[in-house]
Design a protein around this ligand. Structure first.
Ligand SMILES: Nc1ncnc2c1ncn2[C@@H]1O[C@H](COP(=O)(O)OP(=O)(O)OP(=O)(O)O)[C@@H](O)[C@H]1O
Ligand SMILES: [Mg+2]
Length: 365
């Protein structure tokens, strides 16, 4: 087992249409035994980062360490990492038993040890009954488990996984998510897992590194990212439905945020913080789960508005309000009866409100 450390790692691709900076001075330390998720939108540099750690791509600059060893010049096969790809290719003509055994065979492990390890892995992944089948005789989830088996059979220092569950249907993904997390904890192997699915990241990770445009924009535990997003990007990326983000201007005289059809009274501290940082253009953020709606008059309501659309979800209901150009979403318990057109008071509890600098996107208060 080992930690993984990236120091100012950069990757520039040269294309006929110019340079693409896929990874932009990334610093990252993945702890020994940790399950770290790289999370970000398509094209933000997740796969490129993973491929550089695996040795399948050479960094333009920067250093990559596995344990204490600088691996920049080390061949992929000498890095002792195993990678599971989104499109895991299983050799179609081979039986499951031989697919899993393959990494050991090419490394010339003794036959008894190969058999023992394949048995162990098959047991762990609950595929003992499939060992004599070929890939086309397996379901997607079973194929996925075989691909995992092939990766773990060797007990590498590090697992690198690139969206390994994305080809599975939604239900199976939920099952495999939990199984994979359990497996990683049992094996204790340092794991770097790439996904663009924030639910996958939140549910599986010890820590998440959120990437945007080649950079890590925040690193923290799922809870830290959820409760204290460092910027509007993380705030909007994590949580479902996404955080409400409302553009406002600071009315200094009244200690008020003027957000068009909606007014938000600042507490004195928040007002001071904004002024001391010279921030007058603000993005007000609040999660839909934290927006309150009330029928009776509320002096602290940010607005009174008719419901635009109601979306029942079963255990809860998403209520949409349209205020000018701004859509505000509230998630409420399903047993509260609401109907489109009804007028409700919208309340933002102060301790649930995030204030971001509109210019930089950074969290201010
Ligand atoms: N071989 C390459 N040549 C040129 N540009 C590349 C190459 N590989 C990746 N890129 C570019 O680098 C950027 C990062 O790509 P990367 O594959 O790392 O993104 P990703 O975060 O894994 O995205 P996705 O979620 O879509 O898989 C993108 O702009 C991509 O177009
Ligand atoms: Mg990718």
């Amino acid at each position: 087992m080992a930690s993984v450390r990236l120091v100012k790692v950069r990757k520039i691709f040269h294309t006929p249409r110019g340079e693409v900076t896929a990874v932009d001075d990334v610093n990252l330390e993945v702890r020994d035994g940790e399950f770290l998720v790289l999370l970000g939108p398509s094209g933000c540099g997740k796969t490129t980062t993973l491929r550089m750690i695996a040795g399948l791509e050479t960094p333009t600059s920067g250093e990559i360490y596995i344990g204490d060893r600088l691996v920049n010049d080390l061949h992929p096969k000498d890095r002792d990492v195993a990678m599971v790809f989104q499109n895991y290719a299983l050799y179609p003509h081979m039986r499951v038993r031989d697919i899993i055994a393959f990494p050991l065979k090419i490394r010339k492990y003794p036959q008894e040890e190969i058999e023992r390890r394949v048995r162990e892995v098959a047991e762990m992944l609950k595929i003992e009954h499939l060992l004599d089948r070929r890939p086309r005789e397996l379901s997607g989830g079973e194929q996925q488990r075989v691909a995992l088996g092939r990766a773990i059979v060797r007990r590498p220092k590090v697992f690198l996984m690139d969206e390994p569950l994305s080809n599975l249907d939604a239900k199976l993904r939920v099952v495999m998510r939990a199984e994979l997390k359990k497996l990683q904890k049992n094996l204790g192997v340092t794991t770097i897992y790439v996904t663009h699915d924030q639910v996958e990241a939140m549910t599986m990770a010890d820590r998440i590194a959120v990437m945007n445009k080649g950079r890590i924009v925040q690193l923290g535990t799922p809870k830290e990212l959820f409760t204290r997003p460092a910027n509007t990007f993380v705030a909007g990326f994590i949580g479902s439905p996404p955080m409400n983000m409302i553009e406002c201007s600071l009315d200094e005289g009244k200690n008020l945020l003027d957000c068009g059809a909606l007014k938000y009274r600042l507490d004195p501290d928040a007002g001071l913080t904004l002024r001391s940082k010279g921030v007058t253009e603000v993005i007000l953020g609040i999660r839909p789960q934290h927006v309150l709606i009330e029928r009776g008059k509320r002096p602290d309501a940010v607005a009174q508005a008719p419901i635009y659309v109601v979306e029942p979800m079963g255990t809860e209901t998403i209520v949409n309000f349209k205020l000018g150009e701004t859509m505000i979403r509230a998630v409420i318990p399903a047993d509260i009866d609401v109907e489109a057109g009804e007028v409700w008071n919208i309340v933002f509890p102060r301790d649930r409100v995030y204030l971001f600098d509109k210019k930089s996107g950074e969290l201010v208060a």
